[in-house]
Design a protein around this ligand. Structure first.
Ligand code: FAD
Length: 383
């Protein structure tokens, strides 16, 4: 499932290609590019593979969240014969694949095709429904759903908590990318949502999300500076993305930490103050800790700041769901069978791990579908 997507966005260099025996001597086989080609070519030639429903069932299962975890779980359950409804709070299904990862890395018609495929499997996709607000999980059970899968992701952005962060022109990466990708803000006023980045944009962070934000801002015509408090070698982003960003003219400031955002008399961003860092002792993450160099403060003028320093699960659903156990960070706790603290409620993907990868979310969705099947068969045996 989703090969055209995985072929494009998975960090293959750490996954399948890292296992390739050829990498011990020379370069690994370019498995990602082959996967992408096979998926694109296969769909063009033969369409999506038809699937066999092997055991039609009258049981209804609700899947919440249509990112890679929810899509995969829905597809697997539908193939097993369950009646699946996929609830999504946004107006377009796909999760981060549609609102986060930009078009130039993952064309949206590919995600659309995958959603069409699961609709053809019989999955009823219901956008614009926020579980926890529109309906509670309890209501889903009352409506006859026998099991629920939560694949609600980690969409709540973390912030820097520095002075000036409330100024106009400061975006979380999440909001910025949603405006650009999903709402097509570059087409304002034809499209209702505006984005006005000005001449210079500063992006804070060193992961894929920071690089997607920087590369998207560059395409809006701005000078883009990316500041990261550690070194290039410590950046969590894929090497391929860093290379592409450099080629596109993104300016990198390593060992540079944000201090303060400055605003003009109208409350709009006019610049940002930084301090240079050096590497110190090893910290909890096992990496050398960046330590501020006294007196090394400096200022960069800019009209937009994009904060891309990580995301956590949105607490809305947990707050509305008594008995759903989470960690202190708001990560949903599951047992070895993907089940949460509520019987019949399963979870997987970023909401159970924190921000991770497409392939790990898909794996979690697939595993949960098998566990839901076992659970429902067991339930049927007992009644
Ligand atoms: P998500 O994709 O976050 O989907 C969750 C869905 O649930 C969303 O559509 C949300 O609207 C919906 N939802 C949330 N709450 C509710 C509710 N209460 N009711 C109904 N619906 C709800 N990974 C890679 O492997 N490679 C990459 O190159 C890569 N790049 C990335 C770039 C960006 C900008 C971001 C943000 C992430 C990137 N990732 C990448 C990470 C990857 O996209 C995520 O790990 C993955 O999408 C997680 O899948 P998920 O299904 O758990 O959640």
């Amino acid at each position: 499932y989703l090969p055209a997507i995985c072929g494009r966005v998975c960090p293959q260099e750490e996954q399948c290609e890292a296992m390739c025996v050829l990498s011990k001597k020379k370069m690994p086989i370019n498995i990602g590019a082959l996967e992408r080609y096979a998926a694109d070519h296969g769909v063009k030639k033969d369409g999506h593979p038809s699937s066999i429903v092997y055991r039609p069932s009258s049981d209804k299962v609700a899947v919440v969240g249509s990112g890679p975890a929810g899509l995969t779980c829905s597809a697997e359950l539908a193939k097993m014969g369950y009646r699946v409804t996929l609830f999504e709070s946004l107006h377009v299904p796909g999760g981060v694949l549609v609102y986060g990862i930009p078009e130039f890395r993952l064309p949206k018609n590919i995600v659309k095709e995958e959603v069409e495929y699961i609709k053809n499997l019989g999955v009823d996709v219901k956008p614009n429904i926020l579980i926890g607000k529109t309906f509670t999980i309890e209501q889903l059970f009352k409506d006859g759903y026998k099991a629920v899968f939560l694949g609600t992701g980690a969409g709540l952005p973390n912030f820097l908590n520095i002075d000036g962060e409330n100024a106009a022109g400061v975006y979380s990466a999440n909001e910025f990318l949603t405006r650009v990708n999903l709402m097509k803000a570059y087409g304002f006023p034809k499209n209702a949502t505006p984005v006005n980045v000005g001449n210079a944009v500063i992006v804070i962070g060193g992961g894929n999300v920071a690089l997607d934000s920087a590369r998207s801002a560059k395409r809006l015509g701005a000078r883009v500076v990316l500041a990261y408090r550690r070194t290039e070698a410590q950046m969590p982003a894929r090497a391929e993305e860093i290379e592409n960003a450099k080629e596109e003219g993104i300016e990198f400031l390593f060992l540079t930490a944000p201090k303060k955002i400055l605003a003009d008399e109208n409350g709009r961003v006019k610049g940002m103050e930084f301090i240079k860092m050096e590497l110190g002792d090893t910290d909890q993450s096992g990496r050398p800790r960046p330590v501020a160099i006294k007196g090394s403060d400096f200022l960069i003028e800019c009209q937009t700041v994009i904060v891309a320093i990580g995301q956590s699960p949105n607490p809305l659903l947990f707050k509305a769901t008594k008995d759903l156990k989470t960690t202190e960070e708001g990560i949903i706790m599951v047992d070895g069978h993907s089940m949460t603290s509520i019987p019949g409620v399963f979870a997987g993907g970023d909401v159970t791990t924190g921000a991770a990868t497409v392939i790990s979310a898909m794996g979690a969705g697939k595993k949960a579908a098998r566990e839901i099947d076992k659970y429902l068969l067991n339930l049927a045996d007992r009644s």
